[in-house]
Ligand binder design. Structure first.
Ligand code: HEM
Length: 130
């Protein structure tokens, strides 16, 4: 059973509502994304998850490079991010689809964490210059 684009929009909207209300992650996102820029961020995340789950290729970005610029990002925050993400997927979807999101989100989180904190020299090559 494949996830639909509509379900991806529901997941992203519900997840970032939780993120913005979170005492640890909320402030990190507030610093990085101005209130009027949230629709742009959400649209990017619909594209990202559409590319990951449905291989639509709609997302054209550089997640590792972007996260190098996120002020206050700490390695321990990934477990919290994943906790909220998987709780949201579990609330919205049947177990099979929620599990698919869990596996993929954990794999991507791990590779971001490795790139950011355990191979920081990568930032010299891919960090955007601005
Ligand atoms: C501790 C965990 C995380 C924090 C605090 C965090 C924070 C952020 C912030 C603040 C932005 C917006 C940056 C900007 O526009 O200037 C962002 C963008 C993004 N995040 Fe995360 N993130 C985390 C984990 C993840 C994970 C695990 C994924 C994927 C599974 C992810 C995927 C993305 C993507 C695709 C973007 C858009 C990048 C682009 O601009 O193309 N993030 N994140």
């Amino acid at each position: 059973m494949a996830v639909t684009e509509t379900q991806i929009v529901e997941l992203v909207d519900a997840f970032y509502a939780k993120i913005r209300a979170d005492s640890v992650l909320g402030p990190v996102f507030d610093r990085a994304i101005a209130p009027e820029s949230w629709p742009v961020h959400l649209a990017k995340m619909y594209d990202f998850w559409s590319s990951v789950m449905l291989t639509t290729g709609r997302y054209k970005g550089n997640p590792l490079g972007t996260h190098f610029k996120v002020e206050g990002l700490q390695p321990e925050m990934f477990a919290r991010w994943l906790g909220l993400f998987n709780a949201t997927a579990g609330e919205l979807f049947p177990p099979e689809i929620a599990e698919d999101f869990r596996v993929k989100s954990e794999r991507i989180a791990e590779s971001l964490k490795l790139g950011l904190f355990f191979r920081p020299e990568l930032g010299l090559m891919i960090r955007p210059s601005s």
